[in-house]
Design a binder for this molecule. Structure first.
Ligand SMILES: Nc1ncnc2c1ncn2[C@@H]1O[C@H](COP(=O)(O)OP(=O)(O)OP(=O)(O)O)[C@@H](O)[C@H]1O
Ligand SMILES: [Mg+2]
Length: 296
């Protein structure tokens, strides 16, 4: 299977007056088509910066980023507009930012289709179908202020899916709703992924989502640092493994929990085995004899 998204050594530097903020510093990421991935990481680690770049809303400073056929680093204005209108759907954290307050749920979902020249009849049908899929068939003619926060976010997801995008990006869509509503939102996205094969990337602060997505990618300091991959065989969870990204310079970031567990700091000892590399905390060295040398 060929990959759908490829970020290679992606760099984003924001310049404000004389100050430079490095928001992404050499980020590598590969996403499969139809994958549902969660992005987690501390505040300021670059999650939104990455989402804005993938959404075609912001242009990286250096590196490579490809989504489907689009090279996001070298897009003409025209391609950028097409990309944003046809290929991506975006859901924001702030419920109010997603929907126009004076339009009903149905009208909100129809709007991006109208901008794309979809016929009125098809707009109505598609909007009704999407609102039904997000569980709001009986709320279609309500304005946002008559809907709960969670319901508004589900309308926003329907809006994001209106033009049948290949990529749905949601930047903390559950940031302002309670955990029950958050659960429904993840369920809805999951179903849309299964139905339409849309690739989904969700930024979140909640670790509980690990159960709801195929892969959790952790970010730190503008890089992807760890990954938790869920392997499923049918509905059964087969294994839950932690991955780390090895960058081109050979750098590896260990999960914070591992470092804490073994109280590792500054220097660690490495040992190459036939099929793996072992990492030992420095304080083990004192008690150890000559490390046995093994044929490799
Ligand atoms: N438009 C901007 N201008 C200047 N600096 C910015 C801009 N957007 C983000 N940054 C800076 O880039 C870094 C990464 O920010 P980003 O918003 O991507 O983090 P985040 O992971 O989404 O954080 P949060 O969890 O708080 O949303 C931060 O240091 C931030 O201050
Ligand atoms: Mg953010």
């Amino acid at each position: 299977m060929s990959t759908f998204i490829e970020c290679d050594n992606l760099v984003k530097i924001y310049k404000i007056a004389d100050l430079e903020v490095v928001a992404l510093q050499g980020l590598d990421l590969v996403v499969d088509p139809g994958e549902m991935m969660a992005l987690i990481g501390p505040s300021g680690s670059g999650k939104s910066t990455l989402m804005n770049i993938l959404g075609g809303l912001d242009i990286p400073t250096a590196g490579r980023v490809r989504v489907g056929e689009y090279n996001l680093l070298e897009m003409s204005r025209r391609d950028q507009t097409l990309y944003r209108r046809r290929e991506v759907g975006f859901v924001w954290q702030q419920t109010a930012r997603n929907l126009l307050p004076y339009l009903t749920a149905r009208e909100n979902v129809e709007l991006p289709m109208a901008l794309n020249g979809v016929s009125p009849r098809e707009r109505r049908d598609r909007a009704a179908d999407l609102l039904d899929r997000v569980g709001l068939a009986n709320r279609m003619d309500h304005r946002p202020d008559r809907l709960s926060g969670g319901e508004q976010q589900r309308v926003a997801i329907a809006v994001g899916m209106a033009n049948r995008p290949s990529l749905l990006l949601a930047d903390e869509p559950t940031g302002e709703v309670d955990s029950e509503a958050a659960d429904i939102i993840f369920q809805v996205m999951h179903e849309l992924r299964d139905e339409f094969g849309v690739t989904i990337i969700v930024v979140t602060h909640d670790m509980f989502v690990a159960n709801r997505v195929d892969r959790v990618v952790g970010m730190r300091d503008g890089r992807t640092s760890t990954e938790i991959l869920r392997r499923r065989d049918g509905d059964m969870l087969v294994s839950d493994e932690e991955y780390a990204i090895l960058d081109r310079a050979g750098r590896l970031q260990l999960p914070e929990a591992y470092i804490d567990a073994l109280e590792m700091e500054d220097r660690v000892r490495l040992r190459l085995k036939q099929d793996r590399v072992e990492v030992f905390p420095q304080h083990d060295l004192a008690n150890e004899k000559e490390p046995e040398v093994e044929e490799v």
